[in-house]
Design a protein around this ligand. Structure first.
Ligand SMILES: Cc1cc2nc3c(=O)[nH]c(=O)nc-3n(C[C@H](O)[C@H](O)[C@H](O)COP(=O)(O)O)c2cc1C
Length: 147
């Protein structure tokens, strides 16, 4: 898909007093998203249900971050990380995400994620870090200048 680069710079602020939540099946397809997830991502619930969670994957996110996420949750552990997500309108939003398993009668049935806002200086730090990781790993890079 062709993107207009300037659209990537429009940031949506995540509120401090509410949590963005979603759940997926064991393959990462969305089974639930709360109203705030829909509002912040710009998708309706209908557009999200059944879709791979990578529907909100931002091209600035290094592959290794999600490799680590999946290795961590598949081994039964909780993953905490900083994520830049892509909105439907190609804007973005930054969150701290906590991803873990949902268990029923001791059996892993789904995964869930809770997301909260991060501070401006963390966004700068992680943008630079992720730019570096993508560059070091030979992934597509894009220069983003924050002032
Ligand atoms: C519960 C859960 C929540 C997730 N949340 C996100 C998310 O907010 N953004 C995202 O890009 N990937 C999220 N992922 C990871 C995606 O499944 C996917 O691995 C990632 O977008 C990278 O896409 P790819 O695996 O197709 O390369 C989540 C996965 C799970 C299990």
């Amino acid at each position: 898909m062709q993107y207009n680069e300037s659209e990537f710079f429009i940031e949506t602020e995540v509120p401090h007093d509410e949590v963005i939540t979603s759940r997926t099946d064991l393959d990462g397809n969305i089974t639930y998203a709360n109203d705030l997830f829909c509002e912040i991502s710009g998708y309706s619930l209908d557009e999200l249900l059944g879709k791979p969670h990578s529907i909100v994957r931002h091209p600035d996110m290094p592959k290794s971050v999600y490799k680590d996420l999946w290795e961590t949750i598949k081994s039964g552990n909780q993953w905490i990380g900083i994520v830049k997500n892509l909105r439907k309108d190609r804007g973005h939003y930054w969150v701290k995400a906590i991803v873990s398993g949902v268990y029923k009668d001791g059996k892993l049935v789904e995964y869930k994620s809770l997301r909260s806002p991060i501070e401006y200086h963390d966004k700068l730090e992680y943008q630079k870090l992720y730019d570096k990781i993508r560059k070091d790993n030979g992934e597509k890079t894009r220069k983003v200048i924050y002032e």
